[in-house]
Design a protein around this ligand. Structure first.
Ligand code: HEM
Length: 468
């Protein structure tokens, strides 16, 4: 029997809590035998979820390669992620356990929930924060310039996503881990591509992990991990607390609290920044390159802003974002229309009722938080690229649950504020330095969905010359 303590301190019986009852039958989205909805999803997963949301409401069931998933979508789902009930009803474990196994690890930040998740997040919070690049904006600019000089040659058509991937490894390597393992970039890319495609998002079959190209890349990433462990161990105790980077914090946790960070988890945790940051930032910056070049008025405003930013001398770190409102608008608008995290994958921890629909314990789910991004109700003329939506008084993104480029709930991107600076500075520098144009004036961006949604790998821009 349930009990409740009264104000007088007496314990009195209360009526048992009755769980809310399901009042709707969850609609199934029709699809092909076995493939289910996979084809339509692979064309444009964001629009697919939007169509279903409009047709079926905030809860529906889809299937993909023989697996069934419940989808909860829209502002209802985005807001639910941050509630206590959302935290209690959803877990991430299953989607990451393939990766954990592949690395012979015991767990990973993204796949933990509750107290264990909080502990791991605390270990890595400072290393992944904006503080980790405080005083280093000029260094980030230099790394970016180096990557541009190396990979963006004048007169050539540059594959943008790949160019960005190399730039990101450079930046994250040096800023977060103190080394830019360029000789490992290809291996990191190959490994992460396979991991995300096969083990996390499960859009590709398992036999791909038997390919020699993957096995070789994986063993090289392990080699890199071992080197990082040796370096971090040698630094332990010798680095001033304020100079500690993410790798130092992870090593300190391992040495001081091996229950939280056992030896088996080190390689996966140390290479985590690449898993989290490589595809996300590369796809996003590639999409921003497209949108800015596509819309002449946006390009004009962005160029004027970045010219005045860098012509004024060293960067004022505190005031950076305020000086580039048009570029910020272009970044936010691109992340609205080309979100890399269209939906988050979860499992139901228990039976619960969402919007009148029963979700059963153990069911695999997509939480389609990006659906409101495409809705006229929240973003008037939602398909229009409008970089002024985010300025007050419009501030359309501030309506509850309508803007979720960095996810929602307890797993919300830990690198968000770092990524914001990284993206802003990379784009500012790209447009300041290079005179770029799309392959043809009418070029329409082609996109991919695997492993993460973003511009297709064959999206190229022409480097006409250096502006500065
Ligand atoms: C365009 C840039 C980025 C986007 C859009 C993005 C988006 C996201 C999203 C949606 C999640 C939540 C996934 C989920 O709930 O299942 C996430 C988690 C995470 N992100 Fe990012 N991310 C970006 C860049 C970065 C960068 C640069 C880093 C750091 C190097 C980073 C570190 C992390 C970490 C550590 C997590 C796991 C948090 C947790 O599970 O508690 N992200 N990110």
């Amino acid at each position: 029997m349930n009990t409740a303590t009264t104000t007088a301190g007496h314990v009195e019986p209360t009526a048992p809590k009755t769980p809310p009852t399901a009042v709707h039958t969850t609609p199934r989205v029709p699809g092909l035998p076995f493939l289910g909805n996979a084809l339509e999803m692979s064309k444009d997963i964001g629009r697919f979820f939007l169509r279903c949301y409009r047709q079926y409401g905030p809860v529906f069931e889809i299937s993909m390669l023989g697996n069934r998933y419940k989808v909860i979508a829209g502002v209802e789902a985005a807001n639910f992620m941050g509630t206590r009930e959302g935290r209690e009803c959803l877990r991430s474990k299953e989607f990451w356990e393939g990766l954990v196994k592949e690395y012979d690890a015991t767990r990973t930040l993204t796949g933990e929930d509750g107290e264990a998740h909080k502990q791991l997040r605390d270990v890595m919070r400072s290393g992944y924060s904006k503080e980790s690049i405080k005083g280093r904006y000029d260094e980030l600019v230099n790394i970016t310039d180096g990557a541009l000089l190396r990979d963006w040659k004048v007169g050539e058509l540059v594959p943008v996503v790949e160019g960005m991937q190399y730039m990101v490894v450079d930046q994250l390597g040096q800023i977060l881990t103190g080394a830019a393992p360029l000789e490992y970039v290809k291996d990191i890319r190959t490994t992460i591509l396979h991991i995300l495609n096969v083990l996390v998002t499960r859009q590709r079959p398992k036999f791909l992990l038997k390919r020699p190209v993957y096995k070789k890349a994986k063993s090289r990433v392990h080699e890199l991990g071992e080197k990082m462990i040796a370096d971090a161990r040698a630094r332990y105790g010798r680095v001033k607390p304020e100079d500690r980077n993410l790798i130092d914090d992870i090593m300190a946790a391992h040495i001081e609290r091996p229950d939280i960070m056992p030896a088996q988890d080190l390689i996966l945790t140390l290479t985590g920044p690449y898993v989290a940051g490589l595809d996300t930032v590369a796809n996003t910056t590639a999409a921003i390159t497209y949108t800015v070049l596509k819309y002449p008025e946006v390009k004009r405003r962005v160029l004027a802003e970045v010219d005045s930013l860098f012509d004024a001398g060293p960067i004022d770190e505190e005031g950076l974002m305020k000086r580039i409102p048009s570029l910020q608008g272009a970044i936010m608008e691109t992340m609205r229309l080309y979100p890399i995290a269209v939906a988050q994958m979860r499992t139901a921890t228990k039976d619960f009722v969402f919007q009148g629909h029963l979700i059963k314990e153990g069911e695999m789910m997509f939480v389609a938080t990006s659906v409101p991004h495409f809705m006229d109700e929240f973003y008037p003329e939602a398909d229009r690229f409008d970089i002024d939506r985010y300025q007050r008084p419009r501030a359309e993104h501030l309506q509850p649950g309508v803007y979720s480029p960095y996810g929602r709930g307890p797993h919300t991107c830990l690198g968000k504020s770092l990524a914001e600076v990284q993206i802003a500075l990379s784009m500012a520098r790209l447009f300041y330095k290079l005179d770029l144009e799309l392959e043809t004036p009418n070029y329409q961006l082609k996109t991919k969905t695997a492993p993460t949604p973003g511009p297709a790998m064959d999206f190229k821009v022409r480097v006409k010359g250096y502006r500065h």
